[in-house]
Write a protein that binds this ligand. Structure first.
Ligand code: AMP
Length: 216
């Protein structure tokens, strides 16, 4: 099965995706992470991507499509993907439908998380990401262990786009461009709405129940 984790920035998609990959035989594909990896290469493309991310704007669809094709065409990932932060607009959603068909796969469900703006702001401003393994913690809601997790605490950093100004723009982009996709998936009858304001383990329990109910 392929699953889409949908929701505003900071709602907890990355955290829940991390939980899901641990318990189910799935691979997390975060377009945000793929773009940040691209930035590290320091090419002309990196500069273009960084500029969009730092302004809180969406990166152009053709760049995203190239990244997704590389993933969907890999045998290892066949029907075993959990998309985090993709698709981000209707064009990407329609393109994904074409691509999954082309590669003989399908989207089994869309898990639509939601939370109010105040909660999202707090989650984003408290976010700490491991620059080595990608694991996400939160200063307020999900603090990292005092001594060590799998990696060393020195790898935990705040993302450069997790600041008040960029959050505002990212939220605007989400409302204007990303949110309308929900109707697209509701029409396909694969949307499951989840209250992302609940505690991490409560949200995860709901997610597990939905995944368990899916036909594989
Ligand atoms: P995220 O890590 O999902 O919060 O994404 C961080 C930033 O990367 C976003 O604010 C966008 O600038 C960019 N981004 C991530 N995924 C996409 C996507 N599917 N389409 C366009 N831009 C994206």
């Amino acid at each position: 099965m392929n699953i889409i984790l949908f929701g505003p920035p900071g709602v907890g998609k990355g955290t829940q995706a991390g939980n899901i990959v641990k318990d189910f035989y799935l691979y997390k594909i975060s377009t945000g992470d793929l773009l940040r990896d691209e930035i590290k290469k320091n090419t002309d493309l990196s500069k273009k991507i960084k500029s969009k991310i730092d302004q809180g704007l969406l990166v152009p669809d053709d760049i995203i499509s190239d990244l997704i094709i590389k993933i969907l065409s890999k045998k290892k990932y066949f029907n075993r993907l959990i998309f985090d932060g993709y698709p981000r607009n209707l064009n990407q959603a329609k393109n994904l439908d074409l691509l999954v068909k082309k590669y003989n796969q399908k989207i089994s469900c869309v898990l639509g998380l939601n939370a109010d703006k105040e909660c999202i702001n707090k989650r984003i401003l408290g976010r700490l990401v491991c620059t080595k393994c990608g694991l996400t913690f939160n200063k307020y809601f999900n603090p990292p262990p005092k001594k060590k997790y799998d990696c060393n605490l020195k790898y935990l950093k705040t993302r450069s786009d997790d600041n008040e100004n960029t959050i505002k723009k990212r939220f605007e982009e989400y409302t204007k461009k990303t949110l309308p996709i929900l109707d697209y998936y509701a029409d396909q009858r694969i949307l499951h709405k989840i209250d992302g304001m609940k505690k991490i383990n409560q949200v995860y329990k709901e997610i597990c129940d939905i995944i368990a109910s899916l036909e594989t």
